[in-house]
Design a binder for this molecule. Structure first.
Ligand code: PEP
Ligand code: MN
Length: 279
């Protein structure tokens, strides 16, 4: 056994210790099963009308789950911070109406009860992957957690962050590759698909990819979504906004609903080639 395999074999996330692949079940959706899961929605919940329109369109195009941030980790304190609890209520209402499970970020341990009340999956953002007290508390919840890779985190650090949640007793963890900071300036991040293949090889956890944050560039979302599926991802999470030019956050990387429906069509043969079906 090489040194890496030996190191991972002592962890709860290790596939070697747990050959049975973890399937994360939320309402009717299974992440990590035969079906490729597509999560779509705006970066942030802005208004109920916009979220409804987005959800209706992405659902019609075949998305499985609805995303939308209510607590937004913005670089500047003067940027839109999200609607908070009002946003959570909106997300839950729209998800219910569209019969879509919902996912949203929890930024602070204090918000776990509120977010867990409304969301089906709790998202840990890239900026919080190293927030060990948050991870420990999420280990004690009974809600699935989507763990984004930190923007400069190694695969080992990412897997150890997941280990914190599993060690607390919560094994419903989905890993999410969302790109790392690199020397590159013409994309927002550098999407690391080798990390997807590696995480799939080493762990029993489902792994999904976020090509929206992974590139920061709308035109690159589709090719990277296809590449992610070809690399073995169990799903993708895509930012969609009816009017990306007016979005309060991440407009440059958001697809229009029309572009999203083209993406859904174009990923189908790739998914099929990988032995996965889409809804
Ligand atoms: C998001 O999903 O909107 C988000 C803030 O992602 P990340 O934590 O990967 O930057
Ligand atoms: Mn975003």
């Amino acid at each position: 056994m090489n040194a890496l395999a030996e190191k991972v074999s002592r962890m709860l996330v290790s596939k070697e210790n747990h050959p049975q692949i973890t399937e994360v079940r939320v309402k009717g959706c299974v992440i990590g099963g035969e079906q490729l899961i597509v999560i779509a929605g705006p970066c942030a919940i802005e208004t109920e009308e916009l979220l409804k329109e987005t959800a209706f369109k992405v659902r019609g195009a075949g998305a499985d789950m609805l995303r939308g941030g209510a607590f937004k980790p913005r670089t500047s304190p003067y940027s839109f911070q999200g609607l908070g609890v009002v946003g959570l209520e909106t997300l839950a209402r729209v998800g219910e109406a569209m019969n879509m499970p919902v996912i949203t970020e929890v930024m602070d341990s204090d918000d776990i009860p509120a977010v867990a009340e409304y969301a089906d999956i709790l998202q840990v953002g890239a900026r919080n992957m190293h927030n060990f007290s948050l991870l420990k508390k999420l280990g004690r919840t009974n809600k699935p957690v989507l763990l984004k890779r930190g923007m400069a985190a190694t695969v080992e650090e990412w897997l150890l962050a997941a280990e914190y949640i599993l060690a607390g007793g919560n094994s419903q963890v989905v890993l999410c590759e969302r790109g790392s900071r690199s020397a590159e300036k013409w994309t927002r991040n550098t999407l690391d698909l080798s990390a997807v293949a590696l995480a799939k090889e080493l762990t029993h956890l489902p792994v999904i990819v976020d090509p929206s944050h992974g590139t920061g560039v709308r035109s690159l979302v589709m090719p990277m979504a296809k590449a992610a599926i070809a690399a073995g991802a169990d799903g993708i999470i895509i930012e969609v906004h009816p009017h990306p030019e007016k979005a309060l956050s991440d407009g440059d990387q958001s697809l229009t609903p029309r572009q999203f429906s083209i993406l859904m069509r174009e990923i189908e043969p790739v998914a099929k080639a990988m032995g996965r079906r889409i809804r």
